[in-house]
Design a protein. Sequence first.
Length: 134
Amino acid sequence: MHCVKFSLQSIMLKNFSFAIVKIKVMRVKIGLEIKKLRKLQRFTQEQIAQKLDLSVAGYSRIERDEVNVTLDRLQELSDVLGTTPEFLLGWESGKETKTVKDSSLDKIERLYQDQIIQLKEEIVFLRKQLQTEA
């Protein structure tokens, strides 16, 4: 993904004022942020690749910052991950959980609640086994 920065300089030449625009292209690395959000939501690379209609290898290259991401693909990625393109580009500050859409947060919360219930059931089962062995 390339981001274009502009800087403006004015010069005087024979009573004419000219503006020179310097364009600086910089590489924005978004792969690590994409990977963090994907793992936070417990998606696999295969699941995200499928949602984006990409091969797993193609999606993996995005996470490793080996390819340039188009603006359309950036929007698709942010939609799938429940965030904004601005956050992926590092223009929005804050914690990941603040930028993830509410529905995604609800999904994560339900997953944790299910895991807690499962662990409580396992504790009860193990306690019963300990009591029968004693």
